[in-house]
Write a protein that binds this ligand. Sequence first.
Ligand SMILES: Cc1cc2nc3c(=O)[nH]c(=O)nc-3n(C[C@H](O)[C@H](O)[C@H](O)COP(=O)(O)OP(=O)(O)OC[C@H]3O[C@@H](n4cnc5c(N)ncnc54)[C@H](O)[C@@H]3O)c2cc1C
Length: 313
Amino acid sequence: MSLIVLIESVDGAVATASLESLGAARELVSQGFGSEVVALCAGGGHDAALLGDHGAQRVLEVEDLGAYSADGYAEAFAKVLGMQEARGVFAAATVRGRELLARVASLLDLSVYSEAVGLEVEDGSLVVTRPLFAGKVITRVRCNAPVACVSLRPKVFAPKSGQGEASREGLSAGTLEMKAVVQEILATAAGKIELTEADIIVSGGRGTGGPEGFAPIEALAEKLGAAVGASRAVVDSGWRPHSDQVGQTGKVVNPTLYIACGISGAIQHLAGMKNSRYIVAINKDPEAPIFKVADYGIVGDLFEVCPALTAAL
Ligand SMILES: Cc1cc2nc3c(=O)[nH]c(=O)nc-3n(C[C@H](O)[C@H](O)[C@H](O)COP(=O)(O)OP(=O)(O)OC[C@H]3O[C@@H](n4cnc5c(N)ncnc54)[C@H](O)[C@@H]3O)c2cc1C
């Protein structure tokens, strides 16, 4: 019985979050849940050696899948899954992974266990640990369905290399009903680091005072090789794009280091970043709630502290 991992890639380059999912699936196989890990890819040209090294034992490429379409890809993946003896279907809980897995599950009449932060095998069943209510409650759910469909929160499961090799097989999706197709992806900035994959994030809040107030944050981020995030107050004010928002209604991030500048620490913001390994807060209000979750707190003006940190670095 296979554990099938839906691989997310851009121009053939596999997302790190998908490599993490492969590692998690392979770990389950080693615990006796499923017998092999299969990487299911859209389009040809994927690096089977890389996928094998990270845990795939078989790589299935649906070669005639072109530009991304949620319903088209889901239909194609559901067709392929229908031909496999699957015990589990996994995807990274990215924007695309969540969208696809939900559609695939719906087509196959399966339930999705979303945003897993832990996977265990108990008495032959898969037990998924997942947060609810913006992380206030952690649940452990036993999947009794014949096929477990699980999305995995990025940067929780470490990618594991050195797993072995994978065979490769090309498939055809046949005719698909595509209601909408992505025609063009407009990159916002070349080389921009995706928030959910970033190891370091420097985020700005309303304390920046406006879009130009992000200059010291951008400079610090550049020095650290970090991604730039923002609170919802900032995004709602139009100072930064929505894709930068961290929090309950934005992105959930898990970096090694999260530097919050001029962010008060509202519960909805904390829901998106409180699992960061180290949190540094820069805020001029010593009573700001962000200091309750911070490992290091600097009470001060971000317009003085950020340039000083950048200069010191
Ligand atoms: C349903 C719902 C969902 C939400 N989802 C999200 C979400 O996903 N993400 C999110 O972030 N919020 C979310 N919010 C909004 C959230 O409740 C807060 O309003 C928001 O996070 C506040 O943003 P902020 O910390 O930037 O602003 P504020 O709360 O206004 O805090 C600004 C902080 O900056 C400090 N400051 C000011 N000037 C300086 C300076 N020069 N130097 C240093 N510090 C300074 C102040 O002391 C203050 O602590 C949501 C709210 C609701 C109701």
